[in-house]
Design a protein around this ligand. Sequence first.
Ligand SMILES: [Zn+2]
Length: 464
Amino acid sequence: MEAGGNSLPSGTDGVKRKVSYFYDPEVGNYYYGQGHPMKPHRIRMTHALLAHYGLLQHMHVLKPNPARDKDLCRFHADDYVGFLRSITPETQQEQLRQLKRFNVGEDCPVFDGLYSFCQTYAGGSVGGAVKLNHGHCDIAVNWAGGLHHAKKCEASGFCYVNDIVLAILELLKVHERVLYVDIDIHHGDGVEEAFYTTDRVMTVSFHKFGDYFPGTGDVRDIGYGKGKYYSLNVPLDDGIDDDSYQSLFKPIMGKVMEIFRPGAVVLQCGADSLSGDRLGCFNLSIKGHAECVKFMRSFNVPLLLLGGGGYTIRNVARCWCYETGVALGIELDDKMPQHEYYEYFGPDYTLHVAPSNMENKNSRILLEEIRSKLLDNLSRLQHAPSVQFQERPPDTDLPQMDEDHDGEDERSDPGSDIEVDEERISLKKMPTVRKSISNALNLLPNNQLEDARLLLIKRVTRVL
Ligand SMILES: [Zn+2]
């Protein structure tokens, strides 16, 4: 397949890629609280595996610059960012109204260092986008990022700030079109919502749909206005295995790459879609999950790899370590090296784990229906008269950088910020509204469906 006009200098697939890897040694110390399934420790476990598999020496290892208030406010509301900065476990009882307003407290608890945690994981993703924009690497990796549920002024689903939206905004400074792909088991609602009305960002989410958090991601949600057909949703059911998953992923993403021709790709690699996840219900192997990374890498377009969900933490570390190997083009030995978290990986101490024998509820017929529906939507995009493809403008000329500045990444260039529309519609209750309207739509006769959907969609926020 043609790689488009944005080929990497490093060459075609099979050739090594230059990889920048963002990691803050503090990130594993943040703690959501007793019994909470989200454990930042999994990032440290991943890092330890990378170190002992000898992968760090093949990458540029960078400590992210913490995202500043003004970086976060490129997407998030000032008062929400101010709240995240000031709230502490000690003072939260005095802020009950604010906690409720910003959906902080239960799924998204207040914990020690919450704001610096947000600054760290957002800093890694934005830093990765900057590295890609400057052509300093072909692939940037931030396993601490990928928190796709956060909204403009609301925390959601263990996510506080949306590092993905911030990274995409950074990529849009250089790239005319950016593709977002989400293989977390949950719908990538925060990212979809942010770019629902623009044709410069295409979002594609593969997720469990039906009585499952966050409730959005219907196959009929396709974008609105200029963004119509630029949101793709792939609703899946319990127990999906590698073959079924790839029977959708490859044809759909192949078509998206051919038609949309993005200048950069952001891949959210949520590992809660793996078999045996504490919160998930899919049946993917690590190789099946990593096949998505391999496939997106093969297009030879600047790629930002992010983490996301993943709640059986030994498997999360296994998966993201293996996928770092895929990014580098290095196949790892199944026998795990000795390291400080070795005991987590017993009794087999292997990198790979077998999927289970659970039932695959995704019938061939249903998968075929979804695939043809989505390919049909994509063909409409191809023929839409408003679509104009442009080659990307040249990168900003940069002064010579010192290549040995490990430990620091350069700041984003505030002077080249793209304009962000300040007249954004508040969307605080959007997910709930969308879910309830989505349910209501099923009761309407067909001739009223489109009008009702338009009404619903007009409430969507706009960042571009
Ligand atoms: Zn998830």
